[in-house]
Ligand binder design. Sequence first.
Ligand code: SAH
Ligand code: SF4
Ligand code: F3S
Length: 475
Amino acid sequence: MDKTPNTPANAEARQVYALRMRADNDRRAMETGRRRKAFFLTFGCQQNEADSEKLAGMAEEMGYDITGTPEDADLIVVNTCAVREHAEKKALSTVGQYKHLKAKNPELIIAMCGCMVSQAHRAEEIKNRYPYVDFVFGTGSLHRFPQLLCERREKNKRVYCPEEESPEVAEGIPIRRESGYRAWVSVMYGCNNFCSYCIVPYVRGRERSREPEEIVAEVRGLVAEGYRDITLLGQNVNSYGKGTAAGWDFADLLAELDRIDGDYRLRFMTSHPKDASRKLIDVIAASRHVARQFHLPLQSGSDRVLRLMNRKYDTAKYLETLDYLREKAPDVTVTTDIIVGFPTETEEDFEGTLGMLRRARFDMIFSFIYSPRKGTPAAAMEPVPPEVQHARFDRMLALQNGIGYEKNQALLGVPLRVLCDGPAKSNPALMCGRTEGNKLVFFEGDPADTGRFVLFRAARADAYGLWGEKLPDRN
Ligand code: SAH
Ligand code: SF4
Ligand code: F3S
């Protein structure tokens, strides 16, 4: 397989293949009176969501219509996640369900991409045990999607795009955004941290940062188009900037983006506590657009476990950052990630985590039971029995539910500016939305408010959401 260089100049190379596919798809549409359709299914984090928006953008460039129904599709792409075993199992079982669709539509092409298939053993498994998967490509080969599809169609043989050693940053890929008012903007790719439990550095490669002018131009464009909520993405945004020509760090980037005029919020994720600097916190505190929300994954409240996790901070350093943040920006919502039942975790270690939850009083936590990942150092450590993991997980949730409840009670009666997301899935009679602190709210309102900021006041709250009314606009 010829490789297109993965550099900003690759846009042209990509387009050559995209146009070839487009000619094929257009010819087919003329012959049959029906345009080919592509369906995307995405597992995993926002980074994967953002990648899928690029894949869909490239599919449109290739002349596909996008469909939400796999049964209608001529091309199915499953974008996978590898962070926990559950995510991998789900992707494999879902792709299994698509097999029978090939009987109905022999032209159907099924592709798998993303983090799971970036692992050599998973790519092999797909090759050997999932013969109906036509092609597979890793996270570093996103921009090769048109080329791989072209080769699959023209040569009629299954294609495997092995992971690249050090993929560069691909610019210029068209993006088909899911929302007209919330947007993801990747600022960097990959991770250098090698936390001992985590597969991400193995499946997303080393850190690569986009040049700031590319990011500024993208955000400026989004604001001009009326986007209201823009989230900057990276596995560790705090180490943004290494290797870029401008030599900016993340705080510099955020400060520059904040200068763009408009009615919008900026968010970012994820911050690593070892790199969350005072400079960054000062920028947030002084900013006009940066949402008062900070996601700072703690992972464990035991210094011994943090060392085993290779996190490179201890609880004292974490609290120092948190206290500085709360001093400078007291209204900020703080959320975290916790792993329960990491290998060798003792009752005392776990008590340390509970102690940190009491001390830090997070607005919300995302908690995960440790899942061993093949090839990571922690997978070789002494496991904690599943029943102990589950019992600890339940205890932790019970504690956090109380804290989250109290935190949300403090917001009752306070007018909050929320971005309306339209009718709630759980109850379409109510609108749902997000506060600046990213809290979920529900209120009686007008679907026409979707994508707009509205003023909201909560009358009731639990640990996960706020219920209340829409207030008249102030102006
Ligand atoms: N780069 C981000 C997020 C990475 S994955 C960060 O550093 O925070 C998101 C979360 O999944 C992690 O924060 C961690 O809490 C969890 N996670 C990662 N690997 C895991 C594993 N093997 N088992 C359970 N949870 C895991
Ligand atoms: Fe995984 Fe750690 Fe990198 Fe986050 S910082 S992606 S947890 S290795
Ligand atoms: Fe999953 Fe890859 Fe994200 S492993 S969590 S989709 S970076």
